[in-house]
Design a protein. Sequence first.
Length: 190
Amino acid sequence: MLKEEDGRLVLSAPVSDDDAKKLKAGDRVYISGVIYTARDAAHKRFLSAIKQGESLPFNVKGQIVYFVGPTPTKPGYIIGACGPTTSYRMDAYSPVLIDLGLKVMIGKGMRSKEVKVAMVDHNAVYMAATGGAGALLARSVKHMRIIAYEDLGPEAIRELIVELMPVIVINDTTGTDLYKVGIDKYQVIS
């Protein structure tokens, strides 16, 4: 669900096609509600489960997945630092999940052509969280529990409840890429 609160765009799952279509590259968005964490090793298991006809640890339809492997949690805290990981490592797996209904991915860095095409074809978006700000992003996490693949340590699947987690839309449902737009807009001509 996408709504405006106090002048901010606030997004929560489940995310509909209409919600995703309203998001444009460059939009500053705040995520509130349930999101799931998954990095490389978890994505590899997702694909294996799909190929074997098994269920995934959560229904990806309309969901938000954050590419993160939190640092160990210190006593008295909900989660350790949780900055985004480089997203291209999930590119081999993302089109399959997008096809199953995944609507939002959060990470850092550029995505492959195949992922961008899948996002356009299935009304999904990619957002960036600020790299290097893991301790600050952890403040948005209000609850955390491991739901699958605990043996993967930091890469276990976690269900997070976040409140006003700041992100920016990088790739939208029209194929616009904020990284390309930024380069084109600010490129210095010599």
